[in-house]
Write a protein of this length. Structure first.
Length: 269
């Protein structure tokens, strides 16, 4: 069965504030594939596990109608409270039970959420709702992340990684899918026409506050915070302090380059 995370309003609000939209390279990878398969222009795109809508907004620029779905009512409320294009709407529902007719969806996307799904049931549902020739794009950013700032990029990344590795100790076992570059999820994709791209690198504009906020939004950090709130809070505060000292700046609004590696699974029915 699916694993429900990001349920509370507090976590959903942090998620909405600090989670970043798909980067330009990932966007281009997806759009190029859809153009190659003649899947765009299209009527309906569905963004499954949409969270607070970061990926859904990207789709709104390219499709006539976009529906974001998520099992978390708190996440969907955050998405609805965020200004968006008039062709975007949101629904609360499980990824494994999509309220769309058979063969009615042109493009199905999942951004950094598929590892929480009941993969076998979701894949059956994807095959049911996609029209013949319809496409799926399932992506995640990996734990392969780095920071760049002036001539202290290596030291800054080391400070970030020390904190990130501590947070990842509290990861749910579903994170195994991310660690194996979605290989198991790719094998479950029920279309013979499919490919897995594992080397998509995106530079996400961030601030020091944004990087720390991203770590706060991560599900392992929320688990850590539930178990030991004092230690979890202290870890982020100390990490932010060390980052600023390493950079030789005082403002948490100082911009940094946040580099992430994405994996993307692409398939055509």
């Amino acid at each position: 069965m699916a694993t429900q995370m990001f349920e509370g309003r507090g976590h959903a609000a942090v998620y909405q504030k600090y989670r970043f939209a798909p980067g330009k390279e990932l966007q281009q990878t997806i759009l190029s594939y859809l153009q190659e398969k003649k899947a765009i222009p299209a009527e309906l795109a569905v963004d499954v596990g949409c969270g607070s809508g970061q990926g859904t907004h990207f789709l709104g620029q390219h499709f006539k109608k976009v529906v974001g779905t998520d099992i978390s009512a708190a996440q969907i409320q955050e998405a609805k409270d965020t200004p968006c294009m008039p062709n975007i709407s949101y629904l609360v529902c499980p990824a494994e039970e999509l309220p769309f007719a058979e063969g009615s969806v042109d493009v199905l996307t999942v951004f950094t959420a598929a590892h929480w799904f009941d993969v076998e049931r979701f894949m059956r549902e994807a095959r049911r709702v996609l029209r013949p020739g319809g496409c799926v794009a399932i992506s995640t950013y990996t734990v392969d992340m780095s920071l760049r700032y002036g001539d202290c990029s290596q030291k800054l990344t080391a400070v970030f990684r020390e904190c990130w590795d501590k947070i990842l100790e509290y990861s749910h076992n579903r994170i195994k899918h991310v660690l194996d570059n979605y290989k198991e999820i790719f094998e479950a994709l029920p279309f013979p026409d499919k490919k897995r791209v594992t080397d998509i690198y995106d530079q996400i504009p961030m601030t020091v506050e944004g990087v720390v906020g991203y770590m706060e939004s991560a599900s392992p950090y929320q688990t850590f915070k539930e178990k030991d709130p004092k230690a979890a809070t202290s870890l982020l505060q100390e990490t932010e302090k060390r980052m600023l000292e390493t950079m030789g700046v005082s403002s948490r609004e100082t911009p940094v380059e946040f580099w992430v590696r994405h994996v993307c699974l692409l398939g055509c029915k």
